[in-house]
Design a protein around this ligand. Sequence first.
Ligand SMILES: [Zn+2]
Length: 955
Amino acid sequence: MKTDLLLRVASTVVLLGCAVPPPASAAPPQGEAEAPVLRFGDPPALAYSKPFFAGTSYDPSVPAPDAILGQTHGTRLSHHSEVLSCFEALAAASERVTLHPYARTHEGRQLVYAVISSQANQTRMEQIRANLARLADPRGLSDEDAQGIIARTPPVAWMAYSIHGDELSGTDAAIALGYHLAAGTNAQVEELLEKIVVVIDPCMNPDGRERIIGMVEQSAGYTPNLDYASMHRGRWPHGRGNHYLFDLNRDWMVGTQPETRGRWSAVLDFNPQLFVDAHEMGSLDTFLFYPQAEPVHPAFGPRHVEWQRIFAAGAARAFDEHGWSYYTREWADGWAPFYSDSWSSLAGAVGILYEQAGTAGSPLRRASGEILTYREAVHHQAAASLANLRTLAEQRTALLESYLADKRANVAAETPGNDRVFVLRPGGHSGREREFLRMLLGQGVEVFRATAAFSGADAESAVGEAEDEVAFPPGSLVVPARQPQSRMVRAYLEFDTRMSATALQGEREELERKQSSKIYDVTAWSIPHALALDAWWCDAPEVDLERVREVPAAEGALVECAAPVAWVVDGTDDGAVAFAAGAMERGLSVTISDAAFSAAGRSFSRSSLVLRRAENPGELAELRARVLEAAQRSAVQVIEASTGRSPDEGPDLGGGHFGLLARPRIAVLANTPVSSDRYGHLWHHLDTVLGVPFTILDATSFRRPDLRRYNVLILPPGGLDGVLRSAEEGLVAWVRAGGTLVACAESAAALTRERLGLASAVRRRDVLEDLDPYLLAARREREARAVEIDERLVWEGTPAEAAAESDDGEEESDADSGDNAPSEPAEDRDAWMRTFSPFGVNLLAHTDSDAWITAGCAERMPVPFSGSTVLHARSGVAVRLATAEHLRLGGLLWPEARERTAEGAYVVVESKGHGQVILFAAMPAFRGYNHGTARLFSNAVIYGPGLGANPPLDW
Ligand SMILES: [Zn+2]
């Protein structure tokens, strides 16, 4: 089996062919007249020569990395193909090593992990994995059997390196560690490998690593540069993200990327007890390892930080022996559940993070004057790794017992919260339901389908409702909290997990005293909020459940009739937008309804699509083939209608309720100063979800853009003020002529700030003295959502009941709520309040069901929100944030931020000449899993050119 795997890996290396090893030496051989070539990495004059693992002897029959790399290992960046070569050589030469491919990146690079243990352990690896799987799901496991397993099973350490592609030293440390364990001949190595199994994932993000190595090598010169800030060390979009610039260390919860999905299954095959995730941080820093900082998510349980302390003691000893600086707990909190180490902790391992000061592969001078070489950075990572492995070997029995106890609690009836279930009520969003199942099933979470209707007691909904009893139909998806992956269920599906009072106090003190925050990432991420589905938590019901084992296939279909006059697609599922895009790409003419209607014996929601035969000339079979192609790529069902006449009071198919769409010709602004990962999220959405081509325009040369070839221009978040100012004239003319300009987050704010005349929406901070008209507009909208007519007042001129509150009185209470501060200039007060701006919270928003951009959205939906930009507009608000009282659905929202953000505009659509400007107050399609707000973005881009703008007409 080992040989088979090796052959597969070896063949992929040949196929890749995209990473050519750099020349081994810069200095030409003496006496030869060849011109010198660059020698990458640490120059010989600054060589760091300490051995990585002092005092070890190595088996000479195992090839050393130095020989494979042609330069002292660790003195330069190893390419991904070289990493594979090193591990293949280890697996070929050492009986201790097997190598396993587990996924392929978007760019086709092979991801691998190496399993390293004693020869005896290798021969019984299947049994070891089966034993650990038994501990991971201890239902029905007797104490006696469990003790037997613990006595004879080595624990597994999963050692993972450089998930951020430009945090480079980890991968070279993985090679050093792999060689040490594969070839080390002294007793210490042999004993270690008797006691534990080590899995090394040496290069978690090869596409990002190759991107940054290309930049670093292409910027290299013959003269070393020790400035840590030089562009020699990389430029936009750097190497942190994968091909689509996604941060893979934020992808573990949802697995939008193939690297993550492959790792889910690989790690779950081993059920490790230790998980190390090696990163790099700022160049002038030292080295950080866990225990982590507060706040720590309650789903990790009490043992989590205790074990991190035990492992820290060993790492600290190793660093003290070398006299290296390090620290713990100063940052890197344990709140969000989507990092590598937090994911592994939810799965039952002890998750540990390393952060080494980054060098980008060549020496730099630190503030103290000391020079840090790349090879020394590699040494730190390798030493921390070995120290943690030794601790695992020493603690193996205690840790396996603790692991089992944790898993037993997950499946015990008496564990608090284990009597609750999460329920998803099925609706028209089959695409999002498939996503939900893909995410959970891929991580080993057990999901069930109710075979009958049932009622759930003590129920809470994703949009903040609480009911004593809620009825659910058959087919509802049920996820019990009580299951082996209980910790994931809670961390991912809870709507509103709250930080401890201590954590809250600490953060508030930091903000008030230093105006800085300790929060490291978003404070809310709930999957049901992100998917904007009809989701609830309730008491475990009495109903038959059947286990869902597979994600239903996403298949498009065409339901034919004898003589079709139209093809109809329901507009609710997100696939409808991709269908419309695909149909237009195939030259089909598509219309969209502004009201619900009936056709072919079925009901269709507002925003359903109709392709009229009359507007799509051609031979029927050929038309059907194109329609079916578009249906299959977007997984929607297309229904043929044999008459355009409505069977009920709804619109006929040939009338004015159906607007003609225009094929979008999309451009997206990229490069500095656009945020590279936000750009990546939008790119991934356009390319993989909508499947539309788009042109990338360079923000660094956007002065006089010729936008005539495009009818949609997307501005991702970024500091675009200057860029927009210089492009003002062309941009305004293009919008007025019929363009659809879509701006997200900071870029939306920039459009309001400049005197571009493009948007009448404003930033809150720019209208502090004149907020009332905006707040009144919000109130009018709110009242219009629940119209109540007092007939007596209409006909008689006097109210029916005791006088309703006067307008003035209400206005006062609305405008002044929460504003009790002593007289302070409004600007100063707003600046103070902005200190408390949220890091990624989930808020409740109301959608305007008459606005075309809200197609497929419920009237109330959760939206992610971040930062201090609050937009207001007096008209064109298609999605508006809720009132202060109902605003927060999840995450940390301080009262100041609640007050500032309440009733702000979330999506504004403004007509301008023949075109339009669409502003998103926060980033839609964030991280590829916020499908609720991604839908608004899809609508803007695909439906916008036809519905919100007046494109030039052919004649
Ligand atoms: Zn990192």
